[in-house]
Design a protein around this ligand. Structure first.
Ligand code: ZN
Length: 255
């Protein structure tokens, strides 16, 4: 080997080593950025209640499914405001905003439906979708059709029934986080007509009876009350609720 070739080989080897070092440093930084996100490595289940197409297919949504304790219908249409704004649309909007917030924080999100024009899936299937994803935590998003004079949100929590036994304690802690975040980050008060101080225990809902991951169902307000309806139909308020739910999820997972 000539001296010139020898020097050239040394230089090429040095350049290769530098390139590898630079690549390792940059990928290390990328990994550090990724893991710095608060929900990196976390799976969150979101179930936006009902579906926009349920109104058109009563035979599908009226068939009976086993909810863990009793037979109930596959789904319902959900409620709507006096002005005709549907709960299905509200639930889907909040879910979509929440998904974006969670993904920004690094989470993987599993939704039980990804449009507001379909039918179903049935409530037992929704529970299975989230169970099979092994979500770290999950939320069922709804709004209520209560008495016109009643206001406010309610967090519905599971009651032990076998399938959900191992997530009762964690679901109750999460429910406390959701209640606290609603009070801190939204203008919606606790319900004046349902549960006690914003919390109700329910053993008649497939989403809670069949869950094997920590989960609560939130009734975000009363669509039949004029004050609540004005809030629930506002995209600004829907985003506010999504931010509160994201904060509750981060708080629950940090514990
Ligand atoms: Zn509902």
């Amino acid at each position: 080997m000539t001296r010139r070739n020898y020097v050239r080989r040394i230089l090429l080897a040095a350049v290769a080593v530098l390139a590898v070092v630079a690549w390792a440093a940059s990928s290390g930084r990328a990994a550090a950025n990724e893991s710095a996100k608060p929900l990196a490595g976390i799976i969150v289940g979101i179930d936006p209640g009902h579906d926009g197409g349920n109104f058109d297919d009563p035979s599908y949504i009226n068939r009976l499914i086993w909810n863990g304790r009793e037979w109930e219908t596959c789904d319902t249409t959900g409620t709507e405001t006096d002005g005709g704004y549907t709960e299905a649309q509200f639930n889907f909007n909040v879910a979509t905003f929440l998904r974006a917030d969670l993904q920004r924080d690094g989470a993987r999100v599993v939704m039980t439906r990804t449009s507001n024009t379909g039918v179903g899936p049935c409530v037992n299937t929704r529970a299975q979708i989230i169970n099979r994803a092994h979500a770290n935590v999950a939320i069922d998003i709804h709004a209520d059709g209560g008495p016109a004079s009643g206001r406010g949100f309610t967090v519905l929590e599971p009651v032990a029934d076998g399938p959900n036994d191992r997530v009762i304690g964690s679901s109750r802690r999460f429910g406390g986080d959701v209640r606290a975040a609603f009070l801190r980050m939204t203008t919606m008060p606790v319900s004046t007509y349902d549960g006690a101080d914003g919390i109700a225990y329910r053993d008649d809902l497939a989403g809670l009876n069949l869950t094997t991951v920590p989960k609560v169902l939130v009734e975000c307000g009363n669509m039949r009350n004029a004050t609540d309806a004005a809030l629930l139909t506002s995209v600004t308020f829907q985003k506010e609720i999504a931010r509160a739910l994201a904060a509750a999820i981060v708080a629950f997972l940090r514990r």
